[in-house]
Design a protein around this ligand. Structure first.
Ligand code: TPP
Ligand code: MG
Length: 355
């Protein structure tokens, strides 16, 4: 048992997976300042929502299992920027950030995690089954890798109908250990589908380090195996994610086939729930966590913007305050919303609409 817990050194990501590296301010020269400010505010917003959910989970008021993306916000924000409501994006068990970055309604997310009828899945889904089809987020499912072939199907449908939409699957490094991922990559590649595979490689699948599960810590090798265009980026750098997403999505829309974006990151909270020190019953390394927090996607962008005079501390505080007010209202509305009626239990099981 001891031998298994010793971390092997199969690190191909190099500095990208080294928590001591990439703590410098982002390089934002030649970037559109308004876009960066909007990305910063989206990340602050997502983190504030998830931190509120974490608190409500710790207090026992939210009872459904919640997998939070605190620390990983730059990935959803950098990618959602390039998507629109006719695209078909799919998430996984950790998808609040995808839902919110794509423009899903925050009040309906709170109502959903409270299990209320006004929730985005009418209170039947909870945190792991969220949906905002109106903005192009076609749902999340907790079965690891379960949505990936569905996203590929959506990309096939977009191609066959001649639309300019792309399919997007957000998934984790752990999902790459499911066979369906490789079938999906192969099919998307051979059919040249307008598809983006996004691996949020946070180096863990619940409590297990990727180095204990795979012969390499980088998943982009699977894209290479399927002759697919890929990028490996610092997932805590929204500028890098944005650039890679722009390139891969543009290629896909132009009919040049699918792309694979591996974004290296780290989650600040445990696998599930609102605590930072526990990962499915196993104690996490607090020193590693503290080290990764120094690569915070929000403070890195904020500091870079502040240095260039693009954002100020008071603007940051005002935005946080306004966000907290919106969250407070959303929580109160969720608390007061009705539960789904027992007699409607079997409703909304299937959606007759074809996406
Ligand atoms: C098919 C399947 N196997 C196992 C699980 C249990 N499970 C839930 S999340 C998870 C870890 C997934 O890790 P990763 O894909 O890296 O995503 P992360 O949690 O790191 O965001 C596991 C094993 C599951 N939900 N579905
Ligand atoms: Mg993971």
């Amino acid at each position: 048992m001891e031998a298994i817990l010793e971390k092997p050194k199969n690190k191909q990501l190099g500095d990208l997976s080294d928590s001591e590296m990439f703590r410098h301010n982002l390089s934002i020269n030649a970037q559109d300042m308004n876009k960066l400010c909007s990305q910063l505010e989206k990340m602050i917003f997502i983190r504030a929502v998830e931190e509120s959910i974490a608190e409500l989970v710790r207090d026992g008021e939210i009872k459904c299992p919640c997998h939070l993306s605190v620390g990983q916000e730059a990935i959803a924000v950098g990618i959602a920027q390039h998507l629109n409501s006719s695209d078909r994006a799919f998430g996984n068990h950790r998808s609040h950030s995808h839902f919110l970055a794509m423009g899903g309604d925050m009040e309906s997310l709170f109502a959903e995690v409270f299990g209320k009828e006004t929730g985005c899945s009418k209170g039947r889904g909870g945190s792991m089954h969220i949906y905002a089809g109106e903005v192009g987020f076609h749902g999340s499912v907790p079965i690891v890798a379960g949505t990936i072939p569905v996203a590929v199907g959506a990309a096939l449908s977009a191609k066959l109908s001649g639309s300019n939409a792309v399919g997007v699957a957000f998934f984790g490094d752990g999902a790459c250990e499911e066979g369906i991922v490789h079938e999906s990559l192969n099919f998307a590649s051979i059919m040249k589908l307008p598809m983006l595979f996004v691996v949020e490689n946070n180096l863990f699948s619940s409590h297990l380090d990727i180095c204990l599960r795979q012969p390499s810590d980088s998943t982009a090798r699977f894209a290479v195996a399927h002759e697919m265009e890929s990028r490996v980026v610092d997932g805590n750098d929204v500028v890098a994610v944005d650039k890679a997403a722009a390139e891969l999505i543009e290629r896909a829309r132009a009919g040049h086939g699918p792309g694979f974006l591996e974004a290296i990151t780290y989650r600040w909270l445990g696998h599930v729930g609102g605590n930072s020190d526990i990962d499915v019953g196993v104690r996490r390394s607090q020193s590693e966590l503290e080290s990764w927090k120094k690569r915070d996607p929000i403070s890195r962008l904020y500091k870079a913007l502040e240095e260039k005079g693009g954002y100020t501390k008071s603007k940051f505080q005002d935005f946080e305050k306004a966000t907290q007010n919106l969250i407070k209202i959303a929580i109160e509305k969720a608390r007061n919303a009705p539960w789904p009626k027992a007699e409607t239990l079997c409703e909304h099981t299937y959606d007759e609409k074809v996406i």
